[in-house]
Design a protein around this ligand. Sequence first.
Ligand code: BGC
Length: 823
Amino acid sequence: MTAWILAFESYDPAAERLHETLCTLGNGYFATRGAAPESAAGAAHYPGTYIAGCHDRLATAVAGRVVENEDLVNCPNWLPLSVRVEDGPWFDLDTVLADGRLLSFRQELDMRRGVLTRLLRFADEAGRVTRMAQRRIVSMDDPHLAALETTLVPENWSGRLRVRSAIDGRVTNCGVERYRALNGAHLRPGPNGDNGADTAWLTAHTATSGIGVAVAARTRADAPAERTSLSEPGWTAHDLLIDAEEGTQVTVEKVAAVFTSRDRAIEEFSAAARTRVARADGFEELLERHVAAWGRLWRRCQLSVDDEDVQRVLNLDMFHLLQTVSEHTVDLDVGVPARGLHGEAYRGHVFWDELFVLPFLSTRFPEIARALLLYRWRRLPEARWAARAAGHRGAMYPWQSGADGSEETQRLHLNPRSGRWLPDHSHLQRHVGLAVAHNAWRFYEVTGDAEFLAEYGAEMILEVARFFADLAVYNRALDRYDIRGVMGPDEYHDAYPGRDAPGLDNNAYTNVLAAWVLCRALDVLRLLPEDRDAELRERLALGPGEIRRIDEVSRKMRVVFHEGVLTQFEGYDRLAELDWPLYRRRYGDIRRLDRILDAEGDTPNRYKASKQADVLMLFYLFSPDELSAVLTRLGYPYDKGLIGRTIDYYLPRTCHGSSLSSLVHAWLRARTDGQDAWRLFTETLRGDIDDSQQGTTPEGIHLGAMAGAVDLVQRCHAGVATQGGRLHLAPRLPAAIGELRLSLRYHGHWGIDITCTQDRLHVALHPSVASPIEITSGDETVTIEPGGSWERPLEHGRLPQPGETPATPSSTPLSSGPTAAHR
Ligand code: BGC
């Protein structure tokens, strides 16, 4: 197994859904789970095809209420292909396994080429042995095309081989057990048919969003075949009957085209699918162009470590990131679905997870990052409406966002442990809007894209700032501003014990980040060209009074402390301590402590026990200098030990119920304890491969953790940061990594090659870089010319061991330059 191959050497029905997720193939326009082509949805299998941005809303009566849910729709399945020998049963993987007739099996995902291969040998009941090899792609070259090549060799028989190639539009959204009570029948069958030759096609419409989806599939064999076409509402197929000869290989190629009525540059989606498939080349040619397209992507993703196992997972993370969002996403008006296009968990919704995804994209594919930010910008009117409806100015982004940017968070969720439907208050995570503003600012810093800032970023930052300045309530007694009734990232706390209304007061993460965003809003007003500034103020009716308010709140936001640490929210210090050893002994894995406590008739709201990093997110987003600047401006004391004390306080009180948690903690521990940081980092890396969040990966990848892990290597281990218009490099490698190489894009410059070891840093600029670049490492600053290079020894080139004093802050954000203007 190389760093590019993920292989499964046997078929295990219990692990199959996990493997389907990990072997999903996609291109940013659509993705198809790595399901067995011959299997329909069942206990072990869940074929799913998801088109970016194809959402639909349905209502269901549950627990005495009607709830509405918007789902990323499971679209017609282009994949089905099954075989049968003579009049025997259709080949079924589970049956041959159960009967001991599966003679060999191997599945392998080649990430470099984007190819999924399955090799198997099986015998039928009459002892006829067939060898099958399948290769599959979802084209990165033409986003509408996918192809499946099946090669069959009768090893010890000759006879009639029947191959059925179908398109199944009868699929529903039923991939997540705990959503099963909810209506998932999103597709209404439309016309289907065939072209009288080698192509069948099928159409459907989504139930309420009315999106037309068409799939056309061309199936050809390299042997003479008698062809029959079959069709039912929502399903169509071609059967090929082939005279197979012992030892002679038969190859069947299925090429599918997928279109929707929302696509650009088409007249009608069904005709578009048929035309595209008719014009498509054969498998080999499609494969060649697909591999070349992946080659171009990988060239822009260069990031390598000298540990093959780690590298494999980093490759897998980048692979799934680019299958979810790619250059084909740029024109689509879609956001970052938290679980990829890989399954139905969280219904394809967009949370705050782009916070973990955009930093990497911004240094490699800024055009994709920009497109994802525009998804938010286009939904400003909806966010403004939400703010107004809540009685506020500005823009209030939803915690869960889908098609139109309205709040998609469910109001009830099922605890599978207790079977109870519980109220869900997570929409109170107002901090999501702060993440949007933060991302817009960071994007501008890293890319220097002033046009983005002027046209889009400024408006989002200002509208979010306005909302928070208005949400903050003046507390006369303290001469401070409070933010009440919200939730922080820690979803295990949504209310005060004994208080009727949900929500918490003065969540430190929200308040500090809000104060920072308010400062950036003031920066934006200074940075904008005069005419744009005047235009924006006029259009947003942003008068001097409101700007004064933004300034005032940015200086007087309330932050609560206890025992010398930042307090997660006001009153947190009065909660009970959880008996952690008892719960660990009793339940083993206590990551879903919320479900455990609920099943016991208790609630995490009573305890100092967090699902994930909450306060600590501040140290993930901000360098110590930035944090000190915000707190000092607010008039709070900041001492060097605050960060360490706060980390030490919350870390043992966190149970990592979110995949994002170990990622953030790995980053934070890198300041003080390289060993623990590495442990947490490898935990993050193994998260999806091992399905460590207890059965959740079969329902989709955890994209934030995947992209965040790659970003961590770049920003935390290679120590890449930009400050004051300069590129800073402060590498600190974990003991397990001897060498780290990466190639970056920064302020429009392509080709900054960085190599670091534990004791040396080497930087080289491609000759094509447009102008000299100033780079700082330690106390040296140099200007490197295009084509030039620089090498220097590193004194602190590895993460500190426990007890060592960290030499430099290890959580420097990618940028923090222009902030200085407002300190
Ligand atoms: C986490 C959120 C995250 C969401 C989607 C939840 O479990 O608590 O922070 O945004 O998953 O990834």
